[in-house]
Design a binder for this molecule. Structure first.
Ligand SMILES: Cc1cc2nc3c(=O)[nH]c(=O)nc-3n(C[C@H](O)[C@H](O)[C@H](O)COP(=O)(O)O)c2cc1C
Length: 181
């Protein structure tokens, strides 16, 4: 039997979008707790390819303006999303210099780190979602990324009071599973 509590947490995880955030700020220690949980994700050869660039306060506006400048997002909508969010975490991935691990494995490991952040938000008033704006690679210079580094998206984090529940129908995993005895 698997642990029911963990199953409940996994099932309760959901995307909470900035329109539902109240604009209040989360303390730095809490954000650090999320990132420490991210850091426990598995990775092949323990390369730990993930790293993060965290924007809050006035730096959020600088990031928003850069996204607008690079034409990846519409101005008014984006500024409002950023204002309502507490922090914007840029999800970054670094390949090891010898490229001993295929890129997809490093991306997969980084995604697992993000899932840890997401799961850590369950049962709190902190919500978030992973956004992958088109042309995110145009941010490389602004984010000061090196050749072997990539930004895989933004994780918007904020505080919410009430959530508007979205009805999402998930596919039936039984039809996606083939058994061999
Ligand atoms: C890699 C990845 C990229 C995503 N990019 C976006 C995005 O650009 N815009 C968006 O609205 N949601 C994005 N999402 C969130 C998904 O829309 C969301 O996870 C999906 O609708 C399921 O909802 P749930 O997270 O509440 O279960 C992304 C999720 C993942 C895992």
């Amino acid at each position: 039997m698997i642990n029911n509590k963990i199953s409940e947490i996994i099932k309760a995880r959901k995307s909470i979008f900035p329109s539902q955030f109240n604009g209040k700020e989360i303390d730095k220690e809490t954000i650090m707790e999320l990132l420490k949980n991210a850091n426990t994700a598995p990775s092949h050869k323990l390369t730990q390819p993930w790293f993060f660039k965290v924007f809050s306060r006035s730096s959020k506006t600088r990031l928003a303006k850069e996204l607008i400048k690079q034409n990846t997002k519409k101005e008014d909508k984006l500024l409002l999303k950023f204002q309502k969010s507490s922090h914007i975490i840029c999800i970054c991935m670094r390949r090891d210099k010898t490229k001993s691990i295929p890129e997809w494995e490093e991306i997969a490991a980084t995604a697992m780190a993000v899932q840890n952040i997401w799961l850590s938000c369950v049962d709190s008033k902190i919500g978030g979602y992973w956004s992958t704006p088109k042309g995110i690679e145009k941010l490389n210079k602004f984010l000061n990324l090196k050749k072997n580094e990539k930004c895989l998206g933004l994780f918007y984090v904020g505080i919410y009071e009430l959530i508007k529940k979205r009805k999402l129908t998930r596919k039936n995993i039984e039809t996606e599973t083939e058994w061999f005895d």
